[in-house]
Design a protein around this ligand. Structure first.
Ligand code: PLP
Length: 386
């Protein structure tokens, strides 16, 4: 990783704790304060201190987070938003215009799909679906008007794996940007910009925040010019992360590496247990050798992450019952926090994709495996599966 100023570079774990965060010059506070402020005193008209004039344009706590995000993804510019979808909306309205086409995955996050199909489509942006795990499908799907190829890897909720380097080449050949939603992996496990992607998207609500106590989003770009355009639109559209939310995400990121290691270890144990369970038809986890994307995941990820999905024998009703019986696994949407969650994507997170090409199997259960004792987690799943 090299820094935008070409300075001495630290390893990921060090950057996670220090990038963008000098001790406060006035007090020596080792953690950036929450600058809960909207406006800034000017030293004469236009005499800004440190470039701050109004907190939609910039706020010091948000700046700390944005510099940290850029460092962790190895990018030139990081931007923090009020939610993952606010980040996606800003990106798409910055780079697309009516008549442009976007190629989307057949297993995108439900809210992302809703943004394409229910919002942007009304503004004349065309979209079509490709199987991002199959490069031929992507090559066949790009058009002369394609401006963006969008990929999630691992994907939500089916844990599909796409080869980022291969897709980056296809997008480049087509004159399109490759956008990678890196929410499931986090930059600790996967660095899309280094593999050729143009923009990384995050729901920082998930692993980056890591404690289920904040909603946020981020964009990181490799290209400084695109970063500048995005920053302009971030201010023009206004969906920025507030100071306290920025502070919570910064705080969460400090432990990202140790959390992801434990999430990955626990998820591996859970996936192995599920593959042996008679009530489970199929386990979707890229760490399993039989997973279709295992080799690509092993090549581009440091470990396989904390998300595991599985299909339950007995269909939809049986899957819903497993979710209802779980106790330590909390029944709820979202993911990426220290506590384990369980949900039924078909009726919960992905209900908005029903009837579309992105509909998920009705017998699917999704786990966000937390960092509790793995023995307690295995015992709870055992009783939930009956
Ligand atoms: C949650 C999520 C989003 C949307 O982020 P919000 O913070 O909920 O707006 C986008 N992509 C993925 C993969 C997600 O899990």
């Amino acid at each position: 990783m090299s820094d935008q100023h070409g300075q001495q570079q630290y390893a990921f774990e060090t950057l996670a704790i220090h990038a963008g965060q000098e001790a406060d010059p006035q007090t020596g506070a080792v953690v950036p304060p929450i600058y809960q402020v909207s406006t800034y005193k000017q030293d004469g008209v236009g005499g800004l201190r440190g470039g701050y004039e109004y907190s939609r344009s910039a706020n010091p706590t948000r700046t700390a987070l944005e510099e940290n995000l850029a460092a962790l993804e190895g990018g030139r510019r990081g931007l923090a938003f009020a939610s993952g979808l606010a980040a996606e909306d800003c990106l798409l309205r910055t780079v697309l215009k009516p008549g442009d086409h976007i190629l989307i995955p057949n297993d995108a996050y439900g809210g992302t799909f809703r943004l394409f199909s229910k919002v942007l489509q009304r503004w004349g942006v065309e979209w079509s679906v490709a199987d991002m795990h199959n490069p031929e499908s992507v090559r066949a799907g790009v058009r002369a008007t394609t401006r963006v190829v969008w990929v999630e890897t691992p994907s939500n909720p089916l844990l599909g794996i796409a080869d980022i380097a291969v897709l980056a080449q296809i997008a480049r050949d087509a004159g399109a940007l490759l956008v990678v939603d890196n929410t499931f992996a986090s930059p600790y496990l996967q660095q899309p910009l280094a593999l050729g992607a143009d923009v990384v998207v995050h729901s920082t609500t998930k692993y980056m925040g890591g404690h289920s106590d904040v909603v946020g989003g981020a964009l990181v770009t490799a290209d400084a010019g695109l970063g500048e355009e995005l920053a302009y639109h971030q201010n023009a559209m206004g969906g920025v992360a507030g100071p306290f939310d920025s502070w919570l995400v910064l705080r969460g990121i400090k432990t990202l590496g140790v959390r992801m290691d434990r999430h990955s270890e626990n998820a591996t144990r859970v996936a192995e247990m599920l593959t042996r369970h008679p009530s489970v038809v199929q386990v979707l986890y890229p760490g399993l050798p039989e997973h279709a994307g295992h080799e690509v995941a092993a090549k581009q990820m440091k470990a396989f992450g904390g998300m595991v999905s599985f299909r339950v024998a007995g269909g939809e009703q049986a899957a819903v019952e497993v979710c209802n019986r779980a106790q330590l696994f909390t029944l709820g949407e979202s993911l990426g926090g220290v506590e384990s969650l369980i949900e039924h994507p078909g009726r919960m997170t992905h209900a908005s994709a029903a009837g579309s090409a992105l509909e998920v199997p009705a017998d699917l259960v999704r786990l966000s495996v937390g960092i509790e004792s793995v023995d307690d987690l295995l015992a709870d799943l055992g009783q939930a599966l009956g």
